[in-house]
Design a binder for this molecule. Structure first.
Ligand code: NAD
Length: 443
């Protein structure tokens, strides 16, 4: 069943403390779409953006809602709800991940698609913003059920996506296997091989070298550049990471290899901190997570909560889980010198204000986690001409684009005397505004 929704109803801002995830996060539920609009409005004021363009940018171009049945292993049929939001395509086809999480909502998907537009623009990738998700706890599903749900979702949104219209990718609780099922289903439906319909695929199916750790690699480049800007030493710097999935775990590995000390990490089940202040053993952490499902209780560590992790006295704090983790309730407790947002939307606008007052150097999500979409773009390019690059080529091109984006943001922050997030938005929105003016409003 297809329901095209174009609802623009304003949603009241809620900011009440609740236990998030699996009971370990003190998360404030701020509507992420409201946050996205607030961030755009802040930049629009400073850059004197036309009010009409701000209005255009404040709404996704279109949102698809699908309700679809899936046969479960016990023979029953369950109906799932999923979304795909396409925010803006002034710079090119929409691009953005697919999330499987019980907290997925239409406003979350809208916000994530808006952030994708600005991220692509900031790093210079010729895509607009898209995002999708299914309301589901994938941990409750068998592998067979996951495959059937993914294939049916691909079928439902197939008319909406394509290599030249909208190209999905992995996000929270989706992975290369999910991408492989999606690619295979889409190709079967259109009757031809279409690897460029989705990125983050396994290497054996046209995935790119360097895609699996691209988000973390981009993040580690941003952290390195932030350290230079703040005249800090990365070697020996203390790092805390919230979220130990694709973005967080690779970040721990890469930053550790650069000489930084990852002293604490958490995931949805708990956390681990080094009691001595020495770096955690990343290999041991991985082994423990694979064996037990979480990082908590890893050998040589002591347990730590998410709340404690966010308030640690570290040089770099890396939120790499979900939205709304640093809010007006806990922002004042942050002691880190630099925050690099691996997650999308982990800091609310209210918290941004407090962090700015406290002179925390924040590397915003649309820069800090842009390595993922950058290498996704590389994968799409390689799929289009079926010629593949080696890993050094991928990493070298990623490095160039990340450093250029950081420098542009930093220079813009200086020029407008504003915080980094607003500066990043000024750059990103300025480019999309220019493209929109050049295209004109048709008819
Ligand atoms: P993932 O599913 O691989 O990992 C998510 C991690 O967050 C897991 O370790 C999970 O245990 C943890 N987590 C979930 N709920 C939590 C909670 N309440 N408290 C603490 N930890 C919790 O997902 P990912 O791909 O690493 O994505 C993480 C973030 O990075 C998301 O915001 C995502 O949008 C963003 N991101 C990911 C990519 C990518 O390429 N994977 C790219 C850009 C941005």
């Amino acid at each position: 069943m297809l329901i095209i929704s174009t609802s623009h109803d304003p949603i009241p801002l809620r900011e009440s403390i609740v236990c998030g995830g699996e009971g370990v996060t003190l998360a404030a539920h701020v509507n992420p779409y409201e946050s996205a609009v607030k961030q755009m409005t802040n930049a629009a004021k400073l850059m004197n953006l036309e009010a009409e363009l701000l209005e255009v940018f404040s709404h996704p171009r279109r949102i698809l809602t699908v309700h679809f049945p899936v046969k479960m292993d016990n023979g029953s049929i369950k109906v799932f709800t999923g979304f795909r939001s396409q925010h803006n395509h002034a710079l090119g086809p929409c691009k953005g991940g697919i999330r499987y999480h019980p907290g997925v909502s239409v406003d979350e998907v809208k916000a994530l698609s808006i952030w994708m537009t600005w991220k692509c623009s900031l790093v210079g990738v010729p895509f607009g913003g898209g995002k999708g998700g299914i309301i589901v706890n994938p941990k409750d599903l068998s592998q067979g059920e996951l495959e059937r749900m993914t294939r049916r979702f691909a079928y439902e949104i197939a008319p909406f996506v394509g290599p030249d219209t909208d190209i999905p990718a992995p996000d929270v609780y989706t992975n290369p296997q999910t991408m492989a099922w999606f690619y295979d289903t889409y190709s079967a439906l259109v009757g031809s091989d279409q690897p460029a319909v989705i990125t983050g695929k396994p290497l054996s199916l046209g995935g790119s070298e360097g895609r699996s750790d691209a988000t973390a690699r981009g993040l580690s480049i941003v952290v390195r550049e932030a350290a230079k800007a703040k005249r800090m030493q990365l070697k020996g710097a203390k790092i805390a990471i919230q979220g130990y999935g694709n973005a967080g775990s690779f970040a721990a590995e890469l930053l550790g290899a650069m000489g930084a000390k990852v002293i604490a990490v958490t995931d949805s089940l708990g956390g681990a901190i080094s009691p001595s202040g020495k770096a955690l053993d990343i290999k041991q952490l991985w082994k423990h997570k694979n064996e037990t499902g979480g990082v908590s209780g890893a050998p040589g560590s002591r347990k730590i909560s998410n709340k404690e992790l966010l308030a640690l006295d570290v040089d770099f704090l890396i939120p790499a889980a979900l939205e709304n983790q640093i809010t007006r309730y806990n922002a004042k407790n942050v002691k880190a010198t630099v925050i690099a947002e691996a997650a999308n939307g982990p800091v609310t606008p209210e918290a941004d204000r407090i962090l700015n007052e406290n002179e925390v150097f924040l590397c915003p999500d649309i820069l800090a986690n842009a390595g993922g979409v950058t290498v996704s773009y590389f994968e799409w390019v390689q799929n289009r001409y079926r010629y593949f690059w080696d890993q050094p080529t991928v990493n070298e091109r990623l490095e160039k684009m990340m450093v250029r984006a950081f420098d542009t943001m930093h220079a813009t922050a200086g020029k407008f005397s504003c915080d980094n997030r607003t500066a990043a938005y000024i750059v990103a929105m300025g480019r999309v505004a220019e493209a929109t003016r050049a295209r004109g409003i048709w008819p």
